[in-house]
Design a binder for this molecule. Structure first.
Ligand code: F6R
Length: 619
C-alpha cells in the first residue's frame, strides 16, 4: 500500500511529483523516492522516513527533467532502509520502476533471475519486476516494428505474464526519456489527462489543481504516456479506447483550516459529515430512508433474509454497530465478519443474503477481495464507502456513499460515525419494508435529525477530556468497557488509543471483564466505562464497582448529572444521552478526543502514526 505518482510533459516533473507524494503520504511513509529521466540519463533519489527528508535532498540540486515517477512506501518486504526504497532499477539501469502491491512468487523469480546473472540490491519483491522487464526488453528488442513504444509495452506485458500477485506499476526506460508506462492489477492507478502533459497517481488527489480529466485504469490495463499523447491497452486484448471522466477534484486539496492536525479537524467535522450522510435520504412521507444506489428491486428488497457486513479495523467496528441496528430496526439476522477471514472462509450464503463491504477508502485489499469473492459466487454484493469511484465502489453491484469528505488522518474518525449513521438509515429502510411501524419510523427519523446537534454537544467535552488525558497519559495499559451498542464503541476507543499513542488498550463487553481481563486491573490501569443510562446501566455500574474494589482508576463516559456515576468514577466525561441505537455515534467522540490528546501529550505523530498507513492495499 504505497503511493505512486508519475509525470510526462513540458514542465519540470519534480514539483508535481513531490506535491503528489505529499498528498499520497497517507498510503505509507517509511521511505520515499523519485526518478527522473533527462539528457544526463536516469537520476534516482531515495530517502528513509517521511517525505520532508526527500524534499530536502532534492532541494539541494533541483532537476528540470520533464519526465519522472515517485513513490512513498509502506514496507511489506524488506526493512524501511534506503536500499529497499523505490524506485528500483532493472538490468544494468535500462529500466526503473515503482511498485505498489505484493508479488507472491518473488522468491522463485528471484532465484531464476539471479541464475541468469541479474544482481539484486534490495530485499523487496518489487525489484524482481524491474529485472523481469529488463529481461523482457532483451527479448522484445529482437522484433523491430513501426510503433516505437511497442517493444517497451511488449517487454512489460511479458514481465507481467510471469507475475503472481498484485501490482500498480510506473516504469521509465533509460533509452526512452519521453515514455512512461503504467500497469494495474489489484492496486489502483489513475491517469490524469492535461494539455501536453499527463499525470499518473495511485488515486486522484495528486491531480487536483492540475486537471479534472481522469482515466481510472482497470485491472489488466496498461497505459503509455508521452508528451504527445497517451494510449490504454488491455494486457491480452490490445489497445482499447479510454473512458475519460470529468471529476471535481478541487475539494481534494487538503487543508488544516486552522486545526493542528487532520485527525482533530475530522473529529470536529463529524456533525457536518453526519448531516451530509443524511442529506436527501430521509423520507418523512413514508417514514423511511431513500438510497439511490442500492440497485435492488422492491421484490429483492423484501426477500432479503440475512445480511453479512464485512470490513476491517474501524470499519469492522462500525459493522458491529450495524449488526445491532439492523437486527433491532429490521429484524433481519446480521453477521459481521472480518473481510480477511470472509475471503477464505467460504461460508454457505443463501440466495436472499446481501453482503455489504464497509470501507472508508474503498481500497482495502481484504475488503475488496471479500467483495469480489462473494460477487463471483453470484451473491448480491454492495458497498458502504466514502471514496467515490474507489475500487470497492466499482467492484460492488451497488452501494451507499458516506459523503463524509476526505479523511486524511490515519486514525479513522468521521468515517466511523458516518458509517454508523448510514447503517442506522439502512436499518430504517429495511425495517419499513417489514415490521417497523410508521410511527417508529417517524421517531427514528426525528432522532437521526437531532444527531448532528448531539454530536456537536458531545464535542464540548474537549477541555474536560484534555484534563483526563493529562492525568493518565503515562499509563501503559487501558481497558475500554461497554455493553450492547457501546461494546463496539469500546473496541473503537481502544483501537484509537493504541494506534496513535502506542499505549496497549483492550476493548471488551463490560460483563466479559470478569472472565479474564479483570486480572489486568491495578492502580496503574485506567478502565474507561461507557455508562449512559439504558437497559444495561445497572449492570455496567456493577462492573464499575468491581474495578473500584480492585483499586483500578475509572474514567466514565456518562450522561449529564448522574450522581451515581460521579460517586464511583475518578473522572467523568459527560455526553448527551440519546436513543440507544445512536449512542455509539455520540459516545465515541470523547474516546476519539482522549486518544488524540494522550497521543499529543506523549509527543506522537497523530496524523501519521508509526507502522501504519491510511489505506491498506496489501493483504
Ligand atoms: C483505524 C483505521 C483502520 C481502517 C481499516 C479499514 O483508525 O483507520 O482500522 O478502518 O484499515 O480501512 P477502510 O475503512 O478504508 O477499508
Amino acid at each position: 500500500m504505497c503511493g505512486i505518482v508519475g509525470y510526462v510533459g513540458r514542465e519540470a516533473a519534480i514539483p508535481f511529483l513531490l506535491e503528489g507524494l505529499r498528498r499520497l503520504e497517507y498510503r505509507g511513509y517509511d521511505s520515499a523516492g523519485i526518478a527522473t529521466c533527462g539528457p544526463e540519463g536516469l537520476t534516482i533519489d531515495r530517502t528513509v522516513g517521511k517525505l520532508v527528508n526527500l524534499a530536502a535532498k532534492l532541494g539541494e540540486s533541483p532537476s528540470d527533467a520533464t519526465i519522472g515517477l515517485g513513490h512513498t512506501r509502506w514496507a511489506t518486504h524488506g526493512a524501511p532502509v534506503v536500499a529497499n526504497a523505490h524506485p528500483h532499477v532493472g538490468g544494468d539501469g535500462e529500466v526503473v520502476l515503482v511498485h505498489n502491491g505484493v508479488i507472491e512468487n518473488h522468491v522463485q523469480l528471484k532465484q531464476e533471475l539471479a541464475a541468469a546473472g541479474y544482481d539484486f540490491r534490495s530485499a523487496t519483491d518489487s525489484e524482481v519486476v524491474a529485472h523481469l522487464i529488463a529481461e523482457g526488453l532483451k527479448r522484445a528488442s529482437e522484433a523491430e516494428g513501426a510503433d516505437a513504444n511497442a517493444p517497451y509495452l511488449d517487454a512489460v506485458r511479458w514481465a507481467l505474464s510471469r507475475l503472481r500477485g498484485t501490482y500498480g506499476l510506473a516504469i521509465l526506460f533509460r533509452d526512452r526519456p519521453d515514455l512512461l508506462i503504467a500497469a494495474r492489477f489489484g492496486s489502483p492507478l489513475v491517469v490524469g489527462v492535461g494539455k501536453g502533459e499527463y499525470f499518473l497517481a495511485s488515486d486522484a488527489s495528486p491531480l487536483a489543481g492540475r486537471t479534472d480529466r481522469i482515466v481510472y485504469l482497470a485491472d489488466h490495463q496498461l497505459a503509455t504516456l508521452t508528451p504527445s499523447g497517451f494510449t490504454v491497452h488491455h494486457r491480452e486484448q490490445g489497445r482499447i479506447s479510454p473512458q475519460i471522466e470529468r471529476v471535481k477534484l478541487d475539494e481534494l486539496i487538503p487543508s488544516l483550516e486552522g486545526f493542528d492536525h487532520y485527525m482533530l479537524k475530522e473529529i470536529h467535522e463529524q456533525p457536518e459529515a453526519i448531516r451530509n450522510a443524511m442529506r436527501g435520504r430521509l423520507d418523512d412521507q413514508d417514514a423511511t430512508a431513500i438510497f439511490g444506489g442500492l440497485n435492488l428491486t422492491p421484490q429483492q428488497l423484501r426477500s432479503v433474509d440475512r445480511i453479512i457486513l464485512t470490513g476491517c479495523g474501524t470499519s469492522w467496528h462500525a459493522a458491529l454497530v450495524g449488526e445491532y441496528l439492523i437486527e433491532e430496526l429490521a429484524r433481519i439476522p446480521v453477521e459481521v465478519e472480518y473481510a480477511s477471514e470472509l475471503r477464505y472462509r467460504n461460508p454457505p450464503i443463501g440466495h436472499n443474503t446481501l453482503v455489504f463491504g464497509i470501507t472508508q477508502s474503498g481500497e482495502t485489499a481484504d475488503t475488496l477481495a471479500a467483495v469480489c469473492e462473494t460477487k463471483r459466487k453470484g451473491h448480491r454484493t454492495l458497498a458502504i464507502c466514502n471514496v467515490v469511484g474507489s475500487s470497492i465502489a466499482q467492484a460492488a453491484d451497488g452501494g451507499i456513499y458516506l459523503h463524509a469528505g476526505q479523511e486524511i488522518g490515519v486514525a479513522s474518525t468521521k468515517a466511523f460515525t458516518s458509517h454508523c449513521c448510514v447503517l442506522a438509515m439502512l436499518g430504517l429502510y429495511f425495517g419499513r419494508t417489514r415490521d417497523l411501524s410508521f410511527e417508529a419510523g417517524q421517531q427514528t427519523i426525528e432522532a437521526l435529525r437531532s444527531l448532528p446537534m448531539w454530536v456537536q454537544q458531545a464535542l464540548q467535552c474537549e477541555s474536560r477530556v484534555r484534563a483526563v488525558a493529562q492525568r493518565f497519559a503515562d499509563a501503559t495499559n487501558f481497558l475500554y468497557l461497554g455493553r450492547r451498542y457501546n461494546f463496539p464503541t469500546a473496541l473503537e476507543g481502544a483501537l484509537k488509543l493504541k494506534e496513535i499513542s502506542y499505549i496497549h488498550a483492550e476493548g471488551y463487553p463490560a460483563a466479559e471483564m470478569k472472565h479474564g481481563p479483570i486480572a489486568l486491573v491495578d492502580r496503574h490501569t485506567p478502565s474507561v466505562f461507557l455508562v449512559p443510562r439504558g437497559i444495561t446501566y445497572d449492570k455496567v455500574m456493577a462492573n464499575m464497582e468491581e474495578v473500584k474494589a480492585r483499586g483500578g482508576p475509572i474514567i466514565a463516559i456518562a450522561g449529564h448529572d448522574d450522581p451515581q456515576v460521579e460517586a464511583l468514577a475518578d473522572e467523568v466525561i459527560q455526553v448527551p444521552e440519546v436513543p440507544e441505537f445512536l449512542q455509539p455515534i455520540v459516545s465515541v467522540v470523547p474516546l476519539q478526543l482522549l486518544a488524540y490528546h494522550v497521543a499529543l501529550i506523549r509527543g506522537c505523530d497523530v496524523d501519521r502514526p508509526r507502522n501504519l498507513a491510511k489505506s491498506v492495499t496489501v493483504e
